[in-house]
Design a protein around this ligand. Structure first.
Ligand code: HEM
Length: 414
């Protein structure tokens, strides 16, 4: 039996907060390994990277999610007892609810709503705009429309910021975390009321829309979800869709850094725009790592795992693994020409299977939103990049965000 390499030093919680996305990749490199053991929040954690690491992490028979998600994340980012914390049959049943929303037709409709919403939003623009702020609003409007959630014009900005605050609270301590907790209460209250109104027939949400399906979903025992729970799951559609605003901001950054990309996208076919969207998801930092707990004792590659052991998978590291991606730190959409990936190499939104595992059910609408937005930025408008703005993003902050939010100026319709 081999001994799992150990990270030097004591508890690494503070270093994770200090180093963000670089914490795990740096240690895998220093220790020249794809597996090492460390301590986080006082507990032993085994960290994994690479395709094989991801394959192990997504083995449902070996790992569970129950108790793997800290309470503080449930009280801010996810909501309590949501799909992210479930296992086995109950998880599969709940997952089916999310997957049933993602038909080809509904995904296409979402892309069309995003395009239309950008075009409408652009009519209000005068002078300069902060692209990230506009993208939050566009996605908030779009996902509410797609999901059948009524949204009054005067509340768009507030709701967009609240939903974003849940995402932003993720890697935060202190005020950022507390803001997320406050906004979680506010957004759960808002959506719970929406669910109750749909159930009472006061709001008409179309069958097949997320709001309708969450409101009338029945659990494995055939009972409707508690209204709060239905609201938490509907927020599990709204919140991460508003989060796609960060990918759109990064997409704009990629266009700024390589001007010839704009020319390529102007004339690109759907395939190339799709490759561009995939590269945005692979290249830029978003979800850093995930945790799961070993269900039982087992041996993997001659390394012993004990029941109850916490394990992390380094998502950001797998997306930049040099054995999987040539020149991983180059932004290069062409790498996806004829790409025939596995379920464990491109993992910005998790890996493994969608139906049976925890892989993100929102991947298709994320790609669709990035594509529609990239087309809008390259084909529907012309703009200049405002001078004197800070486009840096700090990879020690989770989530990392371009500091200025990308300010565009002299915007003209084409
Ligand atoms: C910025 C874009 C997004 C990112 C970076 C992202 C990332 C992730 C990640 C890392 C996971 C965890 C996978 C795992 O636990 O193994 C996940 C799960 C999930 N995502 Fe996304 N996601 C995004 C967009 C979306 C969208 C648009 C939706 C809308 C439906 C969505 C809904 C969910 C749900 C419901 C889960 C839980 C799935 C489960 O536990 O089975 N996400 N996402």
């Amino acid at each position: 039996m081999k001994t799992i390499p150990k990270d030097a030093g004591m508890d690494q919680t503070m270093n994770i907060l200090r180093e963000g996305y670089t914490f795990l990749p740096k240690r895998f490199e220093q220790l020249e390994t794809d597996i090492f053991q460390t301590r986080v929040l006082g507990k032993k954690v085994i960290c994994l990277t690479g395709e094989e690491g991801a394959r192990l992490f997504y083995d449902n028979e070996k790992f569970q999610r129950e108790k793997a998600i800290p309470k503080r994340i449930q009280k801010s980012l996810f909501g309590k007892h949501a799909i992210q914390t479930m296992d086995g049959n109950t998880h599969e049943h709940r997952k089916l609810l999310f997957m049933s929303l993602m038909t080809k037709e509904r995904i296409k409709i979402f892309g069309e709503i995003v395009t239309k919403t950008w075009q409408q939003q652009a009519k209000q623009w005068e002078g300069s705009i902060v692209l990230m702020d506009e993208a939050k609003e566009v996605l908030c409007r779009s996902i509410c429309e797609w999901s059948g959630v009524p949204l009054q014009e005067k509340e768009v900005k507030k709701r967009a910021e609240q939903l974003w605050a849940l995402v932003d609270s993720f890697g935060g301590v202190g005020p950022r975390h507390w803001q997320g907790r406050m906004d979680r209460k506010k957004t759960e209250n808002w959506i719970e009321e929406t669910i109750l109104n749909i159930r009472e027939g006061k709001i008409e949400a179309p069958k097949g829309s997320a709001a309708y399906e969450m409101a009338f979903h029945r659990n494995l025992e055939g009972e409707p979800l508690d209204a709060r729970m239905a609201a938490i799951e509907l927020l599990n559609v709204l919140r991460p869709t508003v989060a796609v605003s960060l990918y759109i901001t990064y997409a704009a950054l990629a266009l700024l850094e390589e001007p010839e990309l704009t020319d390529k996208l102007k004339v690109a076919d759907d395939e190339y725009i799709g490759m561009f969207a995939q590269e945005v998801r692979r290249y830029f930092p978003f979800a850093p790592f995930l945790g799961a707990i070993a269900r039982r004792d087992f041996i993997w590659n001659d390394y012993p795992f004990k029941k109850g052991q916490m394990v992390f998978i380094d998502l950001h590291g797998v997306n930049h693994d040099k054995t999987l991606w040539e020149s991983p730190y180059e932004f290069y959409p062409e790498r996806f020409y004829g790409w025939n990936g596995s379920l464990y190499d491109l993992v910005p939104q998790g890996g493994g299977e969608h139906f049976k595992g925890h892989r993100c059910p929102g991947e298709w609408i994320t790609v669709e939103a990035i594509k529609s937005s990239a087309k809008f930025l390259t084909n529907d408008i012309e703009y200049k990049i405002a001078e004197n703005q800070d486009l840096e993003y700090d990879v020690s902050r989770i989530p990392a965000i371009p500091k200025s939010g990308v300010v565009l100026t002299n915007i003209k319709g084409v």
